[in-house]
Each structure stands twice: as structure tokens, then as C-alpha cells.
Unconditional design. Structure first.
Length: 256
């Protein structure tokens, strides 16, 4: 067993996070940089440091879970959601069950809530937002962001749903109240069911093909019939029919 393989086994035992399910070259490069930055000569020594220092552990989890996000990321895709996907879903029912998976610091579920405000009463907006990293969930709950996170936000939306506080912008409570944040591991935890819309973007590209296939099956099982799965712009699903999906627009899949 190599030093890195031993590290993977120890991390799995401690956190339940299976690094074998991530692409090794990318993950090892990322963690090598972090380990060397903190001055540890090998991965086992680095693991022992993580075990005794919560700040190091949080930093490690933050690096592993790839927390890069912004509001309305890839704006054209959100326009499709807003003008085509959601109106079609809302023809069938007025109260949708929505999951923002691997939500990072909250920009994605809050974007969903802002868009939903156009169509339904806030009391009818039910968005579950999950992530593996508890520290980013706590940041998401505050709803406070630097201006760079808002670069794609349309001016009327910024005016309506954000309050400027110095160099930062705070999401209005009417939006925050629509989102429930929870810790969840896509690779090992169970999935809820009966969702009308699941959004999971720019995360699965880091997983192995085997892990991705398993997760796609789980997402499919979590959706209602005719439910929608919305993925990132680098995450086209090849052979979506094997998961019970059909393409209805670029990066949008409907459960058959």
C-alpha cells in the first residue's frame, strides 16, 4: 500500500469520504499542493495532523469538495430553467420539491429561490440544499457574499433580493427562508425521493465514471416521473436513457 492509498483508507475510516471515487490524478495533485503548503513530507503525517487539528481538517474538506460558485453561473442555462423548464413543471403542480445537491456556499439554491419568486408565493417554495462540507453550509446560511459572486445577477434581481452591507451583499430573508440546508454525502448517504427538480452542477466531473453512474441512477430514482435533472455545462450525460432520462434541452434531462 502506498502512502497515498493509506491516507485514503484513513480518511475514509475517519470521515466516510471515499477518495477512491474521485479521479486520482486531479485529487492527488490538489492534495499534494495542500500537504506541501502545510509542510508535511508525506500523506500519513498529514493525516495525523488533520486528525488533531479541526482547522486543517476543514481546509482539507474545503479543498476536496471544490467550492467554486456564483449566482446565475452560466447565465444562459438559468434562462432556460426560468423561461421553459419551471413554467412546464408548474403547469402540473404549484408546489415543487427541489433539491440543490452539492450546493457549496449557497449561490445555487438562492438563485433557484429568486427565480421561483416570479411564479409562486414564497411559502410554496421548498428547496433542500445539501453539501458534504459543514463549514460551507454554515457560510451559506449567512447569505453574505462578495460582489464578485453577483457578476451574473441581473440588475432588477440584485436590487430586489440583495442588501448591500459595505463591500458585501446579503441575501434578503424572503429568499433565505425558502432554502433548508443539510449535510449530505452524495457518495454514501441515502437520497430522498419525490423531487420535481434536482440541480447538481459542476461537481460530478471530479468523480470516476463508476461513481458518476451510480449517482445518476440514484438521482433518477429520487425524481418523480417527468421530473427534471439539471447538470453543469461540462457534464453532458452520454446514453441518458440508461438512467431513465431523456434530453429536453442542453444539460436538462427529464425522467421518462
Amino acid at each position: 500500500m502506498t502512502d497515498y492509498q493509506e491516507f485514503i483508507a484513513l480518511v475514509y475510516k475517519k470521515t466516510g469520504l471515499d477518495l477512491n471515487l474521485y479521479k486520482e490524478v486531479q485529487m492527488k495533485r490538489r492534495l499534494n499542493t495542500l500537504r506541501e503548503k502545510r509542510g508535511y513530507q508525506d500523506f500519513v503525517a498529514y493525516y495525523h495532523a488533520l486528525s488533531s487539528d479541526n482547522m486543517l481538517l476543514k481546509e482539507f474538506l474545503d479543498r476536496v469538495t471544490i467550492n467554486v460558485s456564483e449566482f446565475y453561473r452560466n447565465y444562459a442555462r438559468w434562462e432556460v430553467l426560468e423561461k421553459k423548464i419551471l413554467p412546464n413543471l408548474l403547469k402540473k403542480k404549484k408546489k415543487l420539491k427541489i433539491w440543490s445537491a452539492a450546493c457549496s456556499t449557497g449561490e445555487e439554491p438562492y438563485t433557484l429561490a429568486m427565480i421561483m419568486h416570479q411564479y409562486v408565493n414564497p411559502s410554496d417554495i421548498n428547496i433542500v440544499a445539501t453539501d458534504l462540507d459543514e463549514s460551507v453550509i454554515e457560510r451559506a446560511k449567512t447569505g453574505i457574499y462578495p460582489e464578485r459572486a453577483l457578476k451574473e445577477v441581473p440588475a432588477p434581481v440584485r436590487k430586489k433580493f440583495f442588501k448591500q452591507e459595505g463591500p458585501f451583499y446579503k441575501v434578503e430573508d424572503s429568499v433565505k427562508q425558502c432554502v433548508t440546508f443539510k449535510k449530505h454525502n452524495l457518495l454514501s448517504d441515502g437520497f430522498e425521493s419525490n423531487f420535481d427538480l434536482i440541480v447538481c452542477r459542476n461537481v460530478l466531473i471530479y468523480f470516476t465514471e463508476t461513481a458518476k453512474q451510480e449517482i445518476y441512477h440514484k438521482f433518477s430514482n429520487s425524481l418523480n416521473n417527468q421530473g427534471i435533472f439539471f447538470v453543469g455545462s461540462t457534464e453532458q450525460i452520454f446514453h441518458p436513457d440508461q438512467y431513465g432520462f431523456e434530453v429536453i434541452d442542453n444539460f436538462f434531462y427529464q425522467k421518462k
